[in-house]
Design a protein. Structure first.
Length: 188
């Protein structure tokens, strides 16, 4: 069985994780696709809940074995991807899959799933607000934040390739709009 896929993509710090957690809490028959990555866990992150953490070497081995639906080297030796086995488990349970992925991953998933996917680009209201959010969340060192900001500038250029663009300005409105487009896509 192959279900539908809802993909939320955004530059780091735009709010996609908050949106996805909200959508998952609505009881719409969705299950979160846990991505694999080769970066070290952040404080409080748990393998198999937040990500499937693996070394860059293991990630590259799995790429060679075609175990990923999509993958991307987001930063040097920091790979992120979607394991085929993860999707098979979700679909076997009769659920639809929801993703929280970077922009390149979102476009790759949209291409892989075609009409069975809804790809949503979450856009920050401005680059200044995005910078502020990244610094305020205090999860990364300043040089990593600067790299994320530079990447975000590039990623914003791809927004029009997505099915929907959701500007995350006022959270309450953003969540309501995300719920509406999700329900419309799932036809519920």
């Amino acid at each position: 069985m192959k279900g539908k896929a809802i993909i939320f993509s955004a530059p780091s710090g735009a709010g996609k994780t908050t949106i996805v957690k909200y959508i998952l809490g609505l009881g719409l028959g969705l299950e979160f696709s846990i991505s694999a990555c080769s970066r070290p866990p952040r404080p409080g992150e748990i393998n198999g809940r937040d990500y499937y953490f693996m070394s860059a070497e293991e990630f590259r081995r799995r790429i060679r074995q075609n175990q990923f639906v999509e993958w991307e080297e987001v930063y040097p030796d920091h790979y992120y991807g979607t394991l085929r086995s993860e999707l098979e488990h979700i679909w076997k349970r009769g659920r639809h899959v929801i993703f929280d992925v970077d922009v390149a991953g979102g476009l790759n998933l949209k291409k892989a799933f075609g009409k069975d996917a809804l790809a949503v680009f979450v856009r920050p209201p401005s680059m200044e607000i995005l910078k502020k959010r990244l610094f305020e969340r205090s999860t990364d060192k300043e040089e990593i934040i600067q790299t994320r900001i530079a990447k975000a500038v590039s990623e914003m250029k791809y927004a029009n390739r997505f099915d929907e663009i959701l500007v995350n300005d006022k959270l309450e409105d953003t969540l309501a709009r995300a719920e509406k487009i999700t329900r419309d896509f799932l036809q519920i």
